[in-house]
Design a protein around this ligand. Structure first.
Ligand code: HEC
Length: 253
């Protein structure tokens, strides 16, 4: 019993750790790997805005082309900018040591980022940069305080301002503080418009995170389909196993 209890606690501990991880509430998004158009748009945004700094070393262009339903030539023409071939991994030429000097931290590889942070975190992170002149690149982030990454999507989203203290900022939606009765949160507003409206920008980020979610688990659709087949097999197999069990035990009682 004691051993069982210890094992049970060890299973629970990591859950407590992740629950204590982030303080800011995250906006929810539902990744949809069957939505090929969304994934294609996401990949386009990724190679245009992210790949220069963030490699995706475990993802090949060609695999993405096949999975997202794009002909190889189209990918080579529109989504590969250097002299890379479609069969190669999505690497970049940024030297890690220099990048660490420029940004404080080298931009990490993002192939498996959606597995590390989760889609909701990414979706919130990419929409939560705000202007902060005390930072080297004039930006800060609600879910990643003092982040080293510049606000890459600012030209699309516009410049976001923050009218609150750091603590209030953790509540993105406006709400009433039960202790003081004062309104907190609802801090971020666009001061200079970008090229996209708020809805368009949310969609751009949705598609981008959808693509990152795909990179983190490219066989999701396949494994779900196999999962259903296995369950159907088990249901049918159960009928025969049960009949066999009845047959074996018929003369025992
Ligand atoms: C100019 C270089 C640059 C570009 C372009 C860039 N980033 Fe970053 N990014 C960084 C740096 C540097 C960090 C590390 C920040 C830190 O740790 O403080 C970072 C961190 C991140 C993180 C958090 C990693 C973690 O610690 O878990 C995510 C997610 C991310 N970037 C996504 C993106 C996406 C998506 C794009 C494209 C829209 C993008 N980045 C474009 C430089 C860049």
């Amino acid at each position: 019993m004691k051993k069982f209890f210890i094992a049970f606690m060890m299973v629970l501990l990591p859950m407590a750790a992740s629950a204590a991880g982030g303080k800011a509430p995250l906006d929810h998004m539902e990744a949809d790997h069957a939505n090929k158009e969304s994934l294609q748009r996401g990949m386009q945004t990724y190679v245009n805005y992210c790949l220069g700094c963030h490699s995706a070393d475990y993802q090949r262009f060609e695999r993405a082309a096949v999975d997202l339903g794009m002909p190889n030539e189209l990918v080579e023409e529109n989504l590969i900018f250097g002299d890379q071939k479609v069969g190669e991994q999505m690497t970049n030429a940024m030297p890690k040591a220099d990048a660490a000097e420029w940004f404080g931290t080298a931009p990490p590889d993002l192939t498996l980022e959606s597995r590390l942070r989760g889609e909701d975190w990414l979706y919130t992170y990419l929409r939560s940069f705000y202007k902060d002149e005390s930072r080297p690149y004039n930006v800060n982030n609600v879910v990643f305080p003092d982040v080293g990454m510049p606000n890459i999507l600012e030209s699309l989203q516009g410049t976001q301002m923050n009218s609150c203290s750091k603590d209030e900022l953790l509540h993105q939606e406006k709400e009433i503080d039960p202790l003081t009765g004062l309104a907190i949160g609802g801090c971020l507003t666009i001061s200079e418009k970008g090229t996209q409206t708020a809805e368009e920008f949310d969609k751009t980020v949705y598609d981008l995170v959808n693509f990152m979610s795909y990179m983190g688990n490219p066989v999701k659709l396949e494994s779900e389909a196999i999962g259903y087949k296995v369950l159907i097999f088990l249901a049918i197999f159960f009928i025969f196993a049960f009949a066999l069990k009845k047959e074996y035990w018929r003369d025992v009682h």
